[in-house]
Design a binder for this molecule. Structure first.
Ligand code: THU
Length: 136
């Protein structure tokens, strides 16, 4: 069951961390806020680099914060960025989220001058490969 009651908290957390994003090259600051299985919110921002390909997206930063905080699973994730288009996770980040979220987990993508878009992980990454495919 989706826990939409905390979306405002997630939005505010994503916006607070987005203000700290290091994005001098694209000038496209992104914030991500995860509601985790321990009930806490973990956040991350994008961190670019002069060697462009080694920059990090906001989502893996938030996942790292979640693991560092002792939580294990993503229950809901909110991504914010500039503009009116919903800032949907890039392909690589969809797969990174897949590692720590069930397929019915909702991802809220929000270009903050527009309306949020809510999709499940399965909608954003259909027919996906995940940890359960690998032998134990
Ligand atoms: N970006 C993210 O942080 N997350 C995404 O899912 C989409 C893209 C960042 C990467 C780069 O720093 C900037 O947005 C422009 O692509």
């Amino acid at each position: 069951m989706a826990d939409t009651s905390r979306d405002q908290d997630l939005f505010l957390a994503a916006e607070a961390i987005r203000a700290k994003a290091y994005a001098p090259y694209s000038r496209f600051q992104v914030g991500a806020a995860i509601l985790a299985d321990d009930g806490k919110i973990y956040t991350g921002c994008n961190v670019e680099n002069a060697a462009y390909p080694v920059g990090n997206c906001a989502e893996p930063s938030a996942i790292a914060a979640m693991l560092a905080g002792g939580a294990k699973r993503i229950k809901r994730i909110y991504v914010t960025g500039p503009g009116t288009m919903p800032v949907t996770p890039c392909g690589g980040c969809r797969q990174r989220i897949r590692e720590f979220a069930d397929l019915d987990v909702e991802i809220i993508s929000h270009g903050v001058d527009g309306a949020p878009l809510i999709c499940t992980l399965d909608q954003l990454l259909p027919h996906s490969f995940g940890p359960e495919y690998l032998p134990k």
